[in-house]
Write a protein that binds this ligand. Structure first.
Ligand SMILES: NC(=O)c1ccc[n+]([C@@H]2O[C@H](COP(=O)([O-])OP(=O)(O)OC[C@H]3O[C@@H](n4cnc5c(N)ncnc54)[C@H](O)[C@@H]3O)[C@@H](O)[C@H]2O)c1
Length: 270
């Protein structure tokens, strides 16, 4: 008989979460550890995510921190090698690190546009590449990659074209990687998650940008209007996203690859 409880557990697995010093990434790292995984927490800031590691260890979990800029290929190779050296393997990669910028298209600088694509797209590409090198046989035994896209990868809004472009690219990079990994028999599944506004520093910045761009008179008005666009009537919490990542990382979804899981309080259904 199938043990369904076990299908949602990650005992014995090794995970790497990028951009996990704060926000959604920190919560994903905590959730993976609670589900039984050992977690390499990486970030360009906060010593690679020392506070997150402390929180995981305080809760009885196993984690280490690694300073890691996702735009740098040598740092990807080093981070994956550290996971393999410390824990002996890599089973789960969560490409979470991301940045946003706000500007009308006529005002957006090419530097800002390129920077968003560099972190949000090239960073995810490099993560997928180095995860495959570690997870595909004979080096590894397969694995799971979860990419943070966004509802911004499904629809457009005013003032965030670079971000939409990047998250749309993550959506299709996920599908291309999923098909290639499956057809080459690597045993690696690749899926994307698509949250609407989540209450983090980035979420707050998104709302403020509507004021900065002259699209709302003040923060409270912008917040009210954006919240009202979520039929469930609230923004997401990092835990709402982390729960979905556990689901995608676990054997519960072992027949799921190249899929996009939308977590948006009904935003794109309305
Ligand atoms: N907050 C939202 O409303 C929302 C909605 C949908 C998708 N997302 C996506 O979820 C992910 C996490 O978002 P968040 O809200 O927690 O953001 P956040 O800004 O609160 O945290 C992002 C983390 O990424 C790190 N980071 C930035 N550039 C990096 C780089 N070059 N290398 C390594 N780390 C880097 C930062 O230091 C930070 O710790 C992002 O990919 C974001 O686009 C967020």
């Amino acid at each position: 008989m199938t043990d369904y409880g076990k299908r949602f557990r990650l005992d014995g697995k090794v995970a790497l979460v990028s951009g996990a010093a704060r926000g959604i990434g920190a919560e994903i790292a905590l959730a993976l550890a609670q589900a039984g995984a050992r977690v390499l927490v990486t970030d360009v800031a906060d010593g690679g995510g020392r506070a997150t590691v402390q929180a995981i260890r305080s809760a009885g979990g196993s984690a280490d921190a690694c300073v890691h800029d996702v735009t740098d290929e040598a740092q990807w190779a080093a981070a994956v090698a550290l996971a393999q050296h410390r824990y002996g393997r890599l089973d789960i990669l969560v490409n979470n690190a991301g940045i946003e910028t706000a500007a009308l298209l006529s005002q957006c600088t090419v530097e800002d546009f390129r920077r968003v694509l560099d972190v949000n797209v090239t960073g995810v590409f490099l993560g997928i590449k180095h995860a495959i090198l570690a997870m595909a046989p004979p080096q590894g035994e397969g694995g799971v990659i979860v990419n943070l896209s966004s509802v911004a990868g499904l629809i457009g809004t005013t003032g965030h074209a670079a971000y939409h472009t990047s998250k749309g690219a993550v959506r299709l990079l996920t599908k291309a990687a999923a098909v290639e990994c499956a057809q080459l028999g690597t045993g690696i599944r690749v899926n994307s998650v698509h949250p609407a506004i989540v209450a983090t520093e980035m979420g707050t910045n998104f709302i403020q940008h509507f004021v900065d761009l002259g699209l709302a008179p003040d923060y409270a008005t912008a917040e009210g209007a954006i919240k009202a666009a979520h039929p469930l009537g609230r923004f997401g919490e990092p835990a709402d996203v982390a729960s979905a990542v556990i689901y995608l990382a676990a054997d519960a979804t072992r027949w799921m690859t190249g899929a996009e899981l939308v977590l948006d309080g009904g935003y794109t259904a309305a």
